[in-house]
Design a protein around this ligand. Structure first.
Ligand SMILES: *[C@@H]1O[C@H](CO)[C@@H](O)[C@H](O)[C@H]1NC(C)=O
Length: 543
């Protein structure tokens, strides 16, 4: 009966179900295969997107720190492994990962930062970076910590306005590696622009400079081309000393010490873009420079860098530096003069210019021996591929040298030999030819509104501290025996040495009397008693 009731209709239905079942099964099979293949591809894709790129380093908060940064396309943790030559002894440090929101599909929007601490001066460190998986391990790079002891020459590469299209980027990179600069200073207008193509240009630029920036600290200030979206890309892609990261948009300025130099890096964009921060930056500048001046015997040189210059000889009258009442100049010149800033270096104008020591639009002298005012340098020639700033007439008697030829890309080389001698030179990129050079010789680093010869505080900085709080500093540090860093106070030591000398001299001169007195009173009691009784008798006689 059951069989009977199984009609052809039923059997067709059954066959159909069977067919459907098979279909599902094979579809699931195919699906699995597709899924597997997709997984494999994803894995490959994620390996590529986890690969660290754009590795670059910058000087950290103190002379013993170094900051390492890189980018990845996908999210990952941030790890640096470093050692001094023996890989077995590598130290592992984990840092932070931040996401930079860009809409660019292929963009490396995950940014990584790791701060290495407690490094030793003049030691070469090797490092690799990676994420969660060791498959993401980067190539090995190395850097050498700048020296802190006196007696070393410090050299730096300086330029502004380098983008991705500069003709001589390969030369610049080779030069930076050959010369073993302690740092590269890129004074604003970094990539034209970091944010362009939703970050593609930023990625491209940082990838291009990796060869140098992964080995030489790459120090920056913001220029007008970094302004996009409150400096978004600049704040995430770089990390400068003594600033949080991402760098806060209302605090894109900092200072750092290298050997005998105090560098001050300020933002000129506050004057044109976010005026609400002008006051904040000026207050910081004054405080920072006041402090730098209390340590002038340890760090005599003060060098300031900001994107836009305050003096220029370009033809374009719309430029701020060309105006009678330049905002940058009227806001900063008095501070820099009063604080005795030795050198001010800028970019922005795509040409090269050097001034005499100048204050209030007047050259105070026509040489660089014991300058009595700051010297200004503008080195923006690398941007001439985008546009050359023409200069057919010098801007004033303060102008000492101008180079504004199309296609003449050049860079600056800054060398500080010791407390008194600084050498600045500019070289052409296409042939490494010397274009310009000066020696700045300054034996009297001081606020320029003070007289040239002044009486130094005889106790010095360390002596003052010692007086203030005896517990915090032992005699050892007072005498500077605890290490001969630049922190040693010359005046304090001089005072101590002079005092010791005077005491010895007095002892030598009075030795006969002192010895005689000792013999008189202690060895031979008799004359001593006689002396006493004589005094007694005298007193008695008088009464
Ligand atoms: C400083 O360096 C310059 C250039 O090398 C040198 O001529 C000068 O003697 C040095 N001065 C001191 C005090 O060492």
């Amino acid at each position: 009966m059951a069989w009977k009731s199984f009609s052809p209709g039923h059997s067709m239905c059954f066959a159909f179900l069977l067919y459907l079942g098979c279909l599902f099964a094979s579809a699931a099979e195919i699906g699995k295969k597709v899924e597997l293949r997709a997984n494999r591809e994803n894995l490959k894709l994620s390996e590529a997107s986890l690969k660290p790129q754009q590795i670059h380093i910058s000087l950290g908060d103190t002379a013993t720190d170094m900051t390492i940064m890189w980018a990845t396309r996908a999210h990952d943790i941030s790890v640096v492994e470093y050692h001094t030559g023996d890989r077995q002894k590598a130290v592992k440090v984990e840092g932070e990962t931040m996401k930079l929101e860009t809409t660019n599909e292929d963009g490396a929007k995950y940014l990584h930062r790791v701060c290495l601490k407690g490094l030793q001066s003049q030691v070469k460190y090797y490092y690799n970076v990676h994420g969660e998986s060791m498959d993401t391990l980067s190539d090995q790079f190395s850097f050498t910590m700048p020296p802190v002891m006196a007696g070393n020459t410090h050299s730096f590469m300086v330029y502004g306005d380098l983008g991705t299209e500069t003709h001589n980027i390969q030369f610049l990179l080779q030069e930076a590696l050959n010369e073993k600069y302690e740092a590269v200073f890129h004074i604003g207008d970094i990539a034209y622009d970091l944010n362009r193509g939703q970050g593609q240009i930023g990625d491209k630029f940082l990838q291009k400079i990796e060869k140098v920036a992964a080995r030489t600290p790459y120090m920056t200030v913001p220029g007008d081309h970094e302004r996009y979206d409150e400096f978004l890309h600049y704040r995430y892609r770089f990390s400068m000393p003594n600033l949080p990261w991402p760098m806060p948009s209302d605090n894109l300025w900092y200072s750092l010490d290298v050997g005998p130099i105090h560098f001050v890096l300020y933002s000129t964009e506050v004057f044109f873009y976010d005026e609400v921060n002008i006051e904040k930056m000026l207050v910081w500048l004054k405080a920072d420079l006041d402090k730098a001046n209390t340590q002038r015997s340890a760090r005599p040189w003060i060098i300031a860098m900001g994107h836009r210059p305050m003096y220029c000889s370009v033809d374009n009258f719309h430029e701020d530096c060309k105006r009678d009442h330049s905002i940058v100049r009227t806001s900063l010149e008095d501070v820099f003069y009063a604080e005795g800033v030795d050198l001010i270096i800028s970019g922005h104008e795509h040409y090269y210019e050097r001034t005499w020591p100048v204050y209030n639009k007047k050259a105070v002298q026509y040489n660089y021996r014991e300058p009595a005012a700051p010297i200004h340098i503008t080195i923006g020639t690398l941007g001439s591929v985008y546009m050359t700033d023409k200069s057919t007439n010098v801007g004033g008697q303060w102008s000492a040298f101008v180079l504004s030829e199309t296609g003449k890309e050049s860079f600056g080389r800054l060398k500080v030999f010791n407390a008194t001698h600084l050498h600045w030179e500019v070289r052409e990129c296409s042939n490494n030819k010397l274009v310009d050079q000066i020696w700045i010789i300054q034996p009297y680093h001081r606020p320029f509104n003070l007289p040239r010869v002044f009486i130094p505080n005889p106790l010095g900085e360390m002596g003052e501290k010692w007086l203030e709080n005896e517990n915090s500093l032992g005699l050892e540090s007072f005498l500077g025996l605890s290490g001969s860093h630049y922190g040693d106070d010359y005046q304090t030591k001089l005072t101590v040495l002079c005092s010791v000398f005077v005491i010895c001299l007095l002892g030598l001169m009075l030795r006969k009397k002192v010895l005689g007195f000792i013999r008189l009173c202690c060895l031979k009691q008799e004359p001593c008693n006689k002396l006493k009784s004589a005094v007694h008798n005298n007193v008695g006689a008088n009464v």
